[in-house]
Design a protein around this ligand. Structure first.
Ligand SMILES: [Mn+2]
Length: 319
């Protein structure tokens, strides 16, 4: 497995669990970890970004905001960050996080303001200066895209730019960003339309979907077949667009009963979005299955439990 800064190449075999858009929901995060640990030793876990920045609103006013659907929770981004870094060190090379626009807000992207005027500033205040510099280092190291040799592309938002090769991602600098100046459905209309690196990043982190024709262009140029991303709230948990796009909603803005994750066979070639079937590759987040596989195999089921800090600095979750 080769990992460059912006591009993650996933392994060729094993099972991959994919989840999108947690926005500080620790309960859903732990449910995803339980699914992952049930996969056993050939399991991998990929988060499609936007782990951070959840609601601070009192539960009484839950529902007054369009994103406040489902079971009320309070933002637990600090605890979630600590937990995911702990998980990465517990399972080296098996847990991955892609950069979302809410992570990007901490390292050069536009400040997000879903629940506060500047969510990045608020989170950095909560965790303090020392942890904030640790956070900057962590987020700067996150890849933007993940791909498989079988042709899958994973990203946070719709892959809204026509690249000539995956190597084009290397020109990106997370500190350099300019907002998309043209509509996402007009990308790549001509050879002279190549955006600079800052504009390219803008197109890759904020788009909600692509037309089937553009998805075909973007994926075709890279030899890929199917694009999977989050970023938008899909009330049913997932939505396909044409044959080459699937949008996944695992947590944020969702009712528990509709939250979805993906469980994919990395050795399998999924030629079209329709190859991802509800109940097979597309799974409900809840209820969390028990771990019969691990017990049957007679090995000790790994438990998620913080036994030691991942770094010398410890993030303190607020009550
Ligand atoms: Mn997003």
């Amino acid at each position: 497995m080769v990992t460059s800064t912006k591009l993650l190449r996933l392994p060729d075999r094993g099972r991959l669990l994919v989840a999108a858009d947690l926005h500080g929901n620790l309960r859903d995060y732990l449910a995803i970890v339980a699914h992952f640990e049930n996969l056993g030793s050939d399991g991998y876990l990929l988060f499609l970004g936007d782990l951070l920045h959840g609601p601070y609103v009192p539960f009484e006013s839950w529902g007054g905001h369009p994103c406040l659907r489902g079971r009320p929770y309070r933002d637990q981004s600090p605890a979630l960050l600590l937990s995911v870094t702990e998980l990465m060190s517990r399972y080296p090379g098996r847990v991955f996080v892609l950069l979302g626009n809410h992570e990007h807000a901490h390292i050069g992207g536009p400040r997000t303001s879903l629940f506060a005027r500047d969510e990045a500033a608020i989170l950095e205040q909560r965790i303090g200066i020392e942890n904030s510099s640790w956070l900057t280092e962590l987020l700067s190291s996150l890849p933007l895209w993940a791909v498989t040799s079988s042709g899958l592309l994973f990203s946070h938002a719709a892959p809204g730019a026509l690249l000539s090769s995956l190597g084009d991602l290397d020109q990106l600098d997370y500190r350099l960003y300019s907002p998309p100046s043209i509509r996402a459905d007009s990308i790549g209309s001509g050879a002279g339309d190549q955006p600079d690196a800052a504009a390219l990043l803008g197109r890759l982190l904020w788009g909600s979907s692509l037309s089937p024709a553009l998805a075909s262009q973007v994926l075709g140029a890279l030899g890929l077949t199917l694009s999977i991303y989050g970023h938008s709230i899909i009330p049913a948990g997932y939505q396909t667009i044409g044959s080459q796009q699937l949008i996944l909603s695992s947590s944020f803005g969702m009712e528990d009963a509709y939250k979805k994750i993906l469980c994919l066979d990395l050795a399998m070639k999924y030629g079209a979005a329709s190859a991802l079937r509800l109940g097979h590759e597309i799974l409900p987040l809840y209820p969390i299955p028990s771990a019969p596989a691990a017990v049957e195999l007679g090995r000790k089921a790994p438990r998620f439990q913080a036994t030691r800090p991942a770094r010398t600095t410890i993030l303190r979750p607020t009550p």
